[in-house]
Design a protein. Structure first.
Lengths: 342, 342
DNA sequence: GGCAAATGTGCAATCGTTTGCACATTTGTT
DNA sequence: AACAAATGTGCAAACGATTGCACATTTGCC
């Protein structure tokens, strides 16, 4: 009658006429084999009939496991993250784990708070999508032995597991695509260097240019402080007014590319006639823009799914080694890139 | 040493030289007043020093409260939902509650499963964004006295709290806007009637047309089975080939409007020259379409925030009455509507 | 100064499960 | 047939916090 009418293991035991511990063993697949099949049948029947649901709080108290994991992201309204979240949920699948979600808005103090709160809830593991390259929070979790997987962004810490996109490959797809269209003078709108994505794409750009035998002019790399449309506009405007010659822009992110669109229009130019542009992410609806954006599709859903699987592995097999995984992105050719205008 | 090195109330008590129950009372704001200020100070100091964090599982077991709520939505990758989720999180704010999230993909069996799972985790309340007008799950939660708030969609059940958009007002904004542009013959692409949003917008369309003195032709209401682009395309194509005369389409949702865009193009017509179109939702990026979509902006974030506040109220003041709240949407005029073409 | 009331703290039971241990009972071995 | 091993189930003690009750001690009052 207590517990909002919920059935306890004791009531199931009474109904069958066995001891509560027997019911517990029947309901736990690992110990079920130790009980007589006949009793197993009676207990499972009774449990179903009464609608028994184990109380996770009690179980968690006893086992020190809550079957709950924490997921911390910058902001769910950024279209990058919903597919990751969804992938995490699906990757958790039937493992019995449930996720609690937190948004940090990229504010360090909110990250710390959110993780403290999650840890007070005894989460069994944590997925962080907020990592900076040098992140004290990552170091702390690692030190405390909390199973941890970084997703989307990674950090420069020893022994951390991560699932990220292969940014160098992505940039190389963009550069080689533009090169195949005759572009040889490329500019790059780089993301924040404190984030692994910004840094990796920036370095990838320079190294791939060199590998392709193209002149990689550091003056044609424009820095930004955030992956935002405003910053993209600012950076692209600076490139255009800089006087340096280039025929295409490789943006480190779709939003930066959108800003570039605007700067191109502001300068009285046209994409792709005067300047080709590539993005990075393949956000929803960028296929609907004018022109539709050529971009690098990151497998966000798969990133999330793999992160969840990896975390479950980390939780359930204590000494599994940390691994850094990079998933392969894909070039999506649309209307924002065209053969170079002679 | 146990509990992954986490400090228990007992250790704090020992350090100060008081009984664990005293520590508990100090740490609970409601009972703190019963303890001598001097001891309060010593205990709080010791707790901070040791980095004490209460074990939520133990607390939840004893108090039957987990400070956790469930949130069930159809699909996080639908851009409608992230702002709602974010609003819920922010609405929970400092109340101490945390949300666990589930996706149902609009599949009834997955809804049932997810809610069962959440209830096994002893959630204190539930926010449902998945409600159908006649929803057994809603009835069940109500019957069991589980604090429940419906958001976005509502259900036809007595005594259920809900926070939804004022759909009739939204439709009326669209219809009156079109009418002011000279349109008198309007078609409606309606959403699924099993959903409160589909039904309310459909009914709103018919009643507002009548109220404006316009002929509301039932043949100019096209039904759909889902709020999807495909269904919008199908419905709009049918309207266009139906031979009935109309100059504007009021779509029950932005995705349906996108489908209409496609059907209009397929028919060799142009929006807004030949046909004006209005959407509903103001999804991200519909301002970037060609033409930019005139639509009704739903305050999704506020919907979520109010739902969370309402739920906390329901949980914490047991006999608070159920209320159905409708928030006011806003007309966003863009390029998909123009004066009627004579 | 003596008694009643108020105040502050400790005691111990409790929440619902899990699990090491003990004890019957059955099975196998010689 | 006697004893050892294997098997299946019950017992009871945890897990860590909360809270009704009881008991000291202090305070207030006449």
């Amino acid at each position: 009658m207590s517990n909002r009418g919920r059935i306890t293991i004791r009531e199931v035991a009474e109904k069958v006429g066995v001891h509560p511990s027997t019911v517990s063993r029947v309901l736990n697949p690992a110990t079920r084999g130790r009980i007589t099949p006949e009793i197993v049948a009676k207990v499972t029947d009774a449990a179903n009939e009464l609608g028994y649901q184990p109380n996770q709080a009690a179980r968690g108290l006893r086992t020190r496991r809550t079957n709950t994991i924490g997921v911390l992201i910058p902001d769910i309204t950024n279209p990058l993250f919903p597919p990751i979240i969804r992938g995490i949920e699906d990757g958790l699948g039937t493992s019995g784990y449930t996720a609690i979600l937190g948004n940090s808005d990229n504010i360090a103090a909110r990250e710390t708070d959110a993780v403290a709160n999650m840890r007070a809830r005894q989460i069994d593991g944590l997925i962080l999508a907020t990592a900076r390259r040098d992140d004290p929070l990552v170091a702390e979790c690692l030190k405390d032995g909390l199973p941890l997987v970084l997703v989307n962004r990674t950090a420069e810490a020893d022994g951390v597991s991560s699932i990220v996109n292969d940014d160098v490959l992505g940039i190389s797809l963009a550069v080689r695509h533009l090169n195949s269209l005759g572009h040889t003078k490329l500019a790059h709108i780089a993301g924040p260097r404190a984030l692994s994505t910004g840094e990796a794409r920036r370095r990838g750009f320079l190294s791939v240019m060199a590998a392709e035998g193209l002149a990689a002019d550091e003056n044609l790399v424009a820095e930004t402080r955030a992956f935002s449309e405003d910053e993209g506009l600012r950076a692209a405007a600076k490139l255009i007014s800089g006087g340096k010659d280039f025929t295409a822009i490789v943006a480190a992110n779709d939003l930066l590319a959108l800003g570039a669109y605007e700067a191109i229009g502001d300068a009285g130019l046209s994409c792709p006639i005067d300047l080709s542009v590539t993005g990075f992410n393949d956000m929803p609806f960028v296929d609907r823009l004018t022109p539709p954006l050529t971009t690098i599709r990151i497998p966000h859903y798969e990133l999330g799914r793999e992160a969840a699987r990896r975390l479950v592995e980390l939780i359930e097999t204590p000494n599994s080694p940390a691994r850094a995984t990079a998933l392969r992105p894909e070039l999506i050719i649309r209307g924002s890139t065209a053969t170079v205008n002679p």
